[in-house]
Design a protein around this ligand. Structure first.
Ligand code: AR6
Length: 179
């Protein structure tokens, strides 16, 4: 599914982020950068030890205290079909505090790092909508809006990879107003 009329195509697929043949796959990481469950666990499992080794190097150098929420940093993609992994840390959802801009920042910063790497194609999961508890409808709206605003050349495709039908439908509504 593709949004018409923009230079960068925003596309939706149902599937597994670790199977995407793109330049950059974005990881919904935590600030330790040392792995976890969900997308993070899947990326480290399939990417293999080279991804973790790069993450450990980042912790030993620039990110001694971990990667702050809303920021993004790149590593090798190891055995994944992608060329790079960009790790970003979504906010944990809290009903009593509006952290929408931190979630939008994950998408903006990941795209900025991807462009620095010369990427043309980037695949995102629905950041913060799993363990971190962000409601899918709102998470989809923030994701689509942030990427529409931030994605420009040399990027040609921003792909959202949604694990299940419900997530796909929320992203379709955010992208097209239907679903
Ligand atoms: N491909 C695509 N989407 C997936 C996949 C996959 N292989 N696996 C899960 N999802 P989550 P978060 C969906 O929990 O909420 C980790 O432990 C999932 O259904 O991976 O940002 C980290 O280490 C959900 O909609 O990320 C952090 O501690 C979405 O991807 C914490 O979880 C994101 O779910 C980050 O939590």
């Amino acid at each position: 599914m593709t949004a018409p009329g923009s230079t960068v195509r925003i596309t939706l697929v149902r599937g597994d982020i670790t199977e995407q043949d793109v330049d950059v796959v974005v990881n919904a990481a935590n600030s330790s950068l040392l792995g976890g469950g969900g997308v993070d666990g899947a990326i480290h499992r399939r990417g293999g030890p080279a991804v973790l080794a790069d993450c450990r190097r980042l912790r030993a150098s620039h990110y001694g205290k971990g990667l702050p929420t809303g920021r993004a940093v790149a590593t090798t993609a190891g055995n994944l079909p992608a060329r790079h992994v960009v790790h970003t840390v979504g906010p944990v959802y809290r009903r009593e505090a509006d952290q929408s801009d931190l979630l939008a920042s994950c998408y903006r910063e990941s795209l900025r790092v991807a462009v620095e790497l010369g990427a043309r194609t980037v695949a995102f999961p629905a950041i913060s909508t799993g363990v971190y508890g962000w409601p899918m409808d709102d998470g989809a709206r923030i994701a689509v809006t942030a990427c529409r605003e931030a994605a420009g050349p040399p990027l040609t495709e921003v792909r959202f990879v949604l694990f299940d039908r419900q997530a796909y439908e929320h992203f379709a509504r955010a992208l097209h107003g239907t679903g």
